[in-house]
Design a binder for this molecule. Sequence first.
Ligand code: SF4
Length: 426
Amino acid sequence: MPYGMRIVMGMKEHFLGLLTEDPNPKRIRRGISLALLKAFLTPKGGFSLGADKRYTLFLYDHARRFFGGKRGVLTSLFAPTELVYAFGLVPFSLEMFAGLAAAIGIAPAMLARADSLWISTDLCSFHRAYMGLADAGLIPTPRFLLATSHTCDGTFKSFSLVSHRLESPLLFLDSPYEDTEEGVRYLAGQLLRTKERIEEIAGRKLRTDDLEKTFSYSNGARDVFERIGEARKASLPVAYGDDFMKLILAWGNLFGNPKGEKIFSGYLDEIEKRRAAGEFVPRAKRRILWLHLKPYFENDLVRYVEKEHDAVVVFEEINQVYWEPLDIRAPYESLARRLLSNYWVGPLRRRIEKINRMIDEYGVDGVIHFAHWGCRQSNGAVRLLKDAVLKKGIPFLNIDADCIEEKNLADGQMKTRIDGFMELLG
Ligand code: SF4
């Protein structure tokens, strides 16, 4: 191990020890910074030389801005961050906090803390981890919290608890069940009132120019992100899916950020360069579609699927662009349409149609669903998803595990099931 890296590792261990003994937000900031520095110095992904480093630096800078000033806003993963950026504020998703806590190794202590508050262990560990972090005083007080109910039923309660603990107001968007014109109007009205509430908190009116700029950044990032998805449809893959799955940690914060388009472009450029140079993934015999998430603590699950079995995750459900570009002429309606076009809104039929389309467009041989512990939204649908995928003649594997809590991932048993599944794919 290079000398510089040994120092970073040693510092990281040291800080984790301190953090467990005496938690405080300054220390978690250092822990997150060191984890990102480690990722920067020892990139594991296939995009190690260019795009990954830019992405890691973005995360580092974003965390620095969030922790360093008085402009932080805690958001839920699919919240309309454009409304936050347009006021010059810095959104940081609570789910990202939980993911980073898993990545730096403090999630078990935070989950234990949530247990001690009588928060049920059968709830999603993202929620439990960030409730534990807030209770431990490890999350700095934001200007406000902004969350929506459109993809996750538990968000209102967990965000309410964090808002109460941090004594910071919660701005909550109550999304209707279905994507209808009436639903769009209902949600657009709430988005307008949310904007007015932010104006009160920020002490200034929203400038149309700022919103227009933010929409343009968001649409630019969306456009490149969509082109990445298109490029990955090619019959010869140039990158492993594991390298794209980490994007989700900051994904929600890139739309509306001036750097979003550039960061996604780094990945697109590298894909195109590799294709032009004929640098394809070796022995990519099996093409996998990955549903839902992956673990964020140190583990080799996706690598195992890909590298041990001559397979490539050709696409991930989470990385699809399901919304139309935002329209500044009808800003609140446009944001409402984006929220309501999410594949988790409305009847399950919508998600299944999108999965079927991805199977066809990406030439998929097998589908893997990562059943994250406690996620009612995704796990409650597994049987119907499985039936729909099998009906298309495509094998389906459900992996029961956890994105945050390591003890819920039975490594040996899971790998045996993956081995059996891959044999089935031939
Ligand atoms: S994994 Fe499921 S339950 Fe957990 S935050 Fe995401 S949508 Fe909500």
